[in-house]
Design a protein around this ligand. Structure first.
Ligand code: XMP
Length: 317
């Protein structure tokens, strides 16, 4: 029978055999897979693992700082790279979802490559690829899978002549979580909802600006922290907010307002392939809506997405 302890023991031993005294570079995303992969490799080779965590300016509110702190507490040799402006420049004026994804993928590789080149004599690229990623990348998939595979599976640019090491390649998600738990990784990292690589860029419909990111981060933060506070977070498979390219009329005091509309999305799912909208309690939705409209400048209307996948998708782009 498979146990996480035994998986860790044998994997760490194998990694030590394979990697010896070589240096390894790994891109952390804040998600479960890259974090668990990092901790496993860290157990095997310690400081020879060089982790890079890129702030693309499209993460949730305070996420970069919080997650970077957790990584440091975990003892990882991690470098946080502020590349916000590079991403914003590359995204300026882009409205097509696939164009945005491509720009983000391209800049990520540029930034990562630049950082990797600063690690003298690095030999390996480690990735948090898990078994479902391996399956997905060989089947015919839509554009989101294309960029996913770009990031996760064999997504090695030619100019980076590194060997690839993928210690989680045989595991399913729940097994990755068990391994993570045994490795004492923060529950906040292990239990977190999936979050797309392009981040908030595909939740801001239309072009991306730092100001729109700021609005959406505040909205998302209110939604997610209320889910956590009420214990609903773990009942939902994924949740987030979408900033719509729509303005609507509202009223505040005696004043007419004309401001942004945001949509809230929360779904139940097993693997993201199909999903149903979460039947969040009306009272909860009412509280979240009030808090958003009262606190977030520039938003005067909140709607809740009640579409299932298929035919809708989880993300709006
Ligand atoms: P959809 O919107 O296709 O999303 O129903 C299914 C799951 O995939 C995530 N997703 C992405 N993840 N890069 C990613 O890494 C992407 O471009 C991307 N697009 C969608 C989405 O958040 C959901 O978990």
């Amino acid at each position: 029978d498979w146990t996480s302890e035994q998986f860790i023991d044998s994997t760490v031993a194998e990694l030590q055999q394979t990697l010896g005294n070589d240096k390894v570079v790994l891109g952390l995303s804040g998600g479960v897979d890259s974090s668990v992969a990092a901790m496993l490799i860290h157990q095997a080779i310690g400081k020879n693992l060089y982790c890079i965590f890129v702030d693309n300016g499209l993460l949730r509110k305070d996420e970069f700082e919080n997650v970077l702190d957790s990584y440091k507490h975990m003892g990882l040799n991690v470098k946080g790279v502020d590349a916000k402006n590079k991403f914003y420049s590359a995204l300026a004026g882009l409205t097509d979802p696939e164009a945005k994804r491509k720009a983000i993928g391209r800049v990520f590789i540029e930034v990562f490559d630049e950082e990797a080149h600063q690690i003298e004599d690095v030999k390996w690229l480690a990735q948090g690829t898990i078994y479902p990623d391996v399956i997905e990348s060989v089947s015919v998939k839509g554009p989101s899978a294309t960029i996913k595979s770009h990031h996760n599976v064999g997504g090695l640019p030619d100019f980076m002549k590194l060997k690839v090491v993928e210690p989680l390649k045989t595991l399913f998600k729940d097994e990755v979580r068990l391994v993570g738990r045994t490795l004492k990784i923060d529950e906040a990292i292990l239990g977190r909802h999936p979050f797309p690589g392009p981040g908030l860029a595909i939740r801001i419909l239309g072009d991306i600006t730092a100001e729109k990111v700021h609005i959406l981060q505040q909205v998302d933060h209110i939604f997610i922290s209320n889910l956590k506070k009420t214990g609903l977070y773990d009942e939902v498979w994924q949740a987030g907010a979408i900033l719509l390219p729509v303005q609507s009329v509202g009223v505040m005091g005696d004043e007419r307002t004309y401001e942004n509309v945001v949509a809230l999305r929360a779904v139940t799912s097993v693997d993201g392939m199909t999903a149903d909208w979460s039947r969040l309690p009306y009272e909860f939705l009412a509280d979240v809506s009030n808090e958003i409209i009262n606190k977030v400048k520039g938003v005067n209307r909140v709607v809740y997405d009640i579409s299932s996948k298929p035919p809708a998708t989880i993300e709006w782009e």
